[in-house]
Design a binder for this molecule. Structure first.
Ligand SMILES: Cc1cc2nc3c(=O)[nH]c(=O)nc-3n(C[C@H](O)[C@H](O)[C@H](O)COP(=O)(O)O)c2cc1C
Length: 146
């Protein structure tokens, strides 16, 4: 089983969260690739995974611009029916992770886990177990799907 995590971050909090989710995925014996959103150049870069996890931190009530651009690119990839989750570090409102989750569910038609994973900036370390569990939940969902 293979998972792809794509993140966008300003100061590294959301990348840290990506790494913790990746640990949870590895504990469940799945392969995981982590990419900065700027490293995804074309929709074929998304080919060949069973699980997709996309994340951005929130600025001014929105996801980062480069994550928005990426979500339009991802619309052209064949993600329908694959397992998905979203995440983001935030300060007080955290819209980014929610909007990404909604796009993956409603636009791409993905098989989403229970909800987005959101951890407050500066408290990502306090959420190690929660983030690892999110990784495990993703793998369980993909295993159920077979
Ligand atoms: C100018 C500015 C605007 C922000 N706007 C929001 C916001 O609207 N909602 C929110 O939840 N957090 C907001 N934040 C907090 C960031 O989301 C938070 O610091 C986060 O941990 C940054 O993660 P990153 O290092 O992955 O970019 C804002 C931070 C800054 C500096």
């Amino acid at each position: 089983m293979k998972a792809l995590i794509v993140y966008s971050t300003r100061l590294g909090q959301t990348r840290h969260l990506a790494e913790l989710i990746a640990e949870g995925i590895r504990f469940s014996a799945a392969d995981v690739t982590i990419k900065d959103v700027t490293d995804i150049k074309r929709e074929t870069d998304l080919t060949g995974y069973d699980i997709y996890v996309f994340g951005s931190s929130t600025y001014h009530g929105m996801m980062m611009e480069r994550m928005k651009t990426f979500l339009f690119l991802a619309e052209r990839a064949e993600l329908k029916g694959t397992v998905g989750g979203s995440f983001g570090s935030f300060g007080w409102s955290g819209e980014a992770a929610e909007r990404i989750y909604d796009t993956m569910k409603n636009v791409y038609g993905m098989n989403m886990v229970s909800g987005p994973l959101m951890l407050k900036g500066g408290n990502v370390d306090g959420g190690v177990k929660v983030a690892q569990s999110y990784g495990k939940e993703l793998v369980s969902k993909a295993a159920e799907q077979g």
